[in-house]
Design a protein around this ligand. Sequence first.
Ligand SMILES: Nc1nc2c(c(=O)[nH]1)N[C@H]1C(S)=C(S)[C@@H](COP(=O)(O)O)O[C@H]1N2
Ligand SMILES: [Mo]
Length: 222
Amino acid sequence: MAEDENRLLGRARRKLVASKERWAREGRLLTGRAARPESQRLPPGQRRVENWPVLDLGIQPAVPVEAWQLVIDGLVDNPVRWDWAAFRAQPSFRDVSDIHCVTAWSRFDNAWEGVSVAHVIATVRPRPDARFVLLHSYDDYTTNLPLADFAGADALLAHSWQGGPLAPEHGGPVRAVVPRLYFWKSAKWLKRIEFIAADRRGFWEERGYHDHGDPWTEERYG
Ligand SMILES: Nc1nc2c(c(=O)[nH]1)N[C@H]1C(S)=C(S)[C@@H](COP(=O)(O)O)O[C@H]1N2
Ligand SMILES: [Mo]
């Protein structure tokens, strides 16, 4: 098991982790239906909420912007380390998208602002052998995704939500937002983006969640 995972587990709410692992084993919330975003807006098995639930392992690291840094490295030609000023100097990107959480809530029309993943990719220039990314967070959380999904036109590193700074409990100063996949892939308190050749599972992927996590085909567990 990765070192950062061990650190996280030591401090995480163990009961919460155990119950989610059980959900995964039992296939909780699975409907066996599939849908396409063109024909309906709510993926199978989801219900719409108006509020925005907070979900994490009970550890919400305080990361003041003066101390915040983002490292983007691995299989790239131009690795970067952005402090807050450097991050805010990147071109701004806005997008409105829906959140789909594996625990079956969806929240429509979230107005995000930040730096697009397209810009990140143009800046660091992944090498041809980079096929996955591993996102690392300040609470030692990790999650993995294929570069092709991470590179979606609606994916960004968000510092704002609905016109205001992203709240600390939702991952401020900066979180990933990858709307096409279940929300556990959208790492809060983002610290590092690592481009890798071979897939390496993150925290929940190691614990029974699906490696990919497409809400439209209900890739909840796997
Ligand atoms: N760093 C970090 N990111 C995380 C998590 C976490 O525990 N730590 N939980 C994930 C899960 S399971 C979900 S559903 C969403 C929840 O984001 P929210 O609390 O803003 O709703 O964050 C994801 N990103
Ligand atoms: Mo989640």
